[in-house]
Design a protein around this ligand. Structure first.
Ligand SMILES: CC(C)=CCC/C(C)=C/CC/C(C)=C/C=C/C(C)=C/C=C/C=C(C)/C=C/C=C(C)/C=C/C=C(C)/C=C/CC(C)(C)O
Ligand SMILES: C[S@@+](CC[C@H](N)C(=O)[O-])C[C@H]1O[C@@H](n2cnc3c(N)ncnc32)[C@H](O)[C@@H]1O
Length: 389
């Protein structure tokens, strides 16, 4: 009783403070004062700038997409170019190109080395070699179409647009409008409906795998099974550092079909391939470590609970399960975990971003003896939870 009372007291204290703070921040007179005051000025400028970035982020994204689509990043990655060179590459009229270069310069994608000689800016240079980020920029076109009317997207329920049609395993897939040929101009062919998302995942996998490999030592293990392993890009990165580790790949049959040739060209024909659905089938035995990389957040709690139980059943005593994905509540990266993936997974039609604590609880319920988070260098890209059977 006493605890409940003091809890209520604490809550109302917090509420009173939040109301007072917000009244102050909403006051134009306080804003004017803070902007001029020597102690508050820096903070006021910081918040004004970051609010501007939130309000106009769409324009920056469009300028970025245009710079990539016009071929500016690709051309400048090969060396300096004049405006005339870039006009030839982009097919844009001089005036339009100058306007785009001005925007790209403002967001540090390009810069002038000397009079009329363009080079990549700092962000442009980092982006030019990041195939994962480039693939994301291309596929965001379909996500941003779904977001054109965000309230309609939220009112319409999960998975009603183009993104749901792209992720064909999402339960809502097929209900959404199919992406047009233009939307999917980046897709690789071969294994039908699963090829576009598998190609996107393979392109963006190295930046995720690097985080996991730097944080977790696979040397203690004999055999790794990557569940939902796509075209085998994660296994390929692990094999690069641990060539002696035996490997299994489990994914939907159509995806595994596409993985076969890709693994062979990377000298990884020894990877054992298992086609199946973790919704319907048990997971194969024989691995002493199982990885779920960017898998759990795609699925609702009931599916994840069952999947973790299947992983538990497939592991020997002492075997380990790794969950790697961007998570909700990541300090300094809330925008990635909660805003971006929150809306992304809504548009896709299933799953939700979970906190590391959510996973620790789910792993305990699934029967794992221990579970802990292992920190990664770039938690925005992925966090890592390791459980032991
Ligand atoms: C690379 C860029 C654009 C800027 C760098 C800025 C700069 C000047 C840096 C200085 C040099 C330096 C130290 C560079 C280091 C750069 C690094 C580490 C950049 C990392 C960038 C990572 C990015 C941009 C990651 C973006 C990831 C996205 C958008 C992931 C999307 C994932 C999706 C949609 C997954 C879907 C799977 C599903 C369905 C949810 O399961
Ligand atoms: C978001 S992708 C992640 C791929 C890879 N792990 C990565 O990080 O690049 C999700 C993967 O889970 C697979 N998947 C989805 N539902 C599945 C199911 N019921 N059974 C097996 N695999 C499934 C998809 O085919 C896809 O390869």
């Amino acid at each position: 009783m006493t605890t409940g009372g003091s809890e209520k007291g604490r809550q109302s204290l917090r509420l009173r403070w939040l109301n007072a703070r917000n009244r102050m921040l909403a006051s134009p007179a306080f804003q004017r004062f803070a902007m001029r005051n020597i102690f508050f000025r820096r903070t006021a400028r910081y918040h004004a700038n970051s609010m501007f970035a939130v309000i106009t982020g769409f324009v920056q994204t469009k300028a970025l997409t245009a710079a990539v689509d016009a071929g500016l990043i690709r051309r400048l990655a090969q060396g300096p170019a004049t405006t005339a060179d870039l006009a030839a590459v982009s097919g844009l009229e001089l005036k339009a190109l100058q306007r785009l270069l001005g925007a790209a310069k403002a967001i540090d994608l390009v810069e002038l080395a000397e009079d009329d000689l363009w080079v990549l800016g700092q962000r442009g240079a980092a982006l030019s070699t990041n195939q994962g980020a480039l693939a994301m920029i291309e596929h965001h076109k379909i996500f941003y179409d779904d977001l054109a009317d965000p309230i309609a997207m939220l009112k319409g329920g999960r998975g009603q647009g183009k993104l749901a049609a792209f992720w064909t395993y999402a339960p809502a897939a097929g209900q959404g409008q199919p992406a047009t040929a233009d939307d999917a101009s980046w897709q690789g062919g071969g294994d039908g409906a699963v090829a576009p998302y598998s190609a996107l995942m393979a392109a963006s996998q190295p930046m995720v795998a690097e985080q996991v490999l730097d944080a977790y030592d696979f040397r203690r293990h004999q055999c790794l099974m990557d569940v939902g392993g796509g075209h085998g890009a994660f296994l390929a990165e692990v094999a690069g550092r641990h060539p002696g580790l035996a490997m299994k790949l489990f994914d939907l049959p159509a995806v595994v079909e596409g993985a076969k040739a890709r693994l062979a060209t990377r000298g990884l024909s020894h990877v054992a391939l298992h086609g199946g659905s973790f919704r319907d089938d048990p997971l194969p035995q024989g691995a002493d470590v199982i990885s779920l990389v960017r898998i759990c957040h795609d699925h609702d709690d009931a599916v994840v609970r069952a999947l973790l139980k299947k992983a538990h059943a497939a592991l020997p005593p002492g075997g380990r399960l790794l969950i790697a994905e961007p998570m909700a509540g990541t300090p300094g990266a809330e925008v990635m975990g909660d805003a971006y993936f929150g809306l992304y997974l809504w548009a896709m039609g299933s799953g939700r971003p979970r906190t590391a604590a959510d996973y620790l609880a789910l792993l305990a319920q699934a029967g794992f003896a221990t579970a802990r988070e292992v920190s990664t260098a770039l938690p925005m890209v992925t966090r890592l939870v390791v459980a032991e059977r």
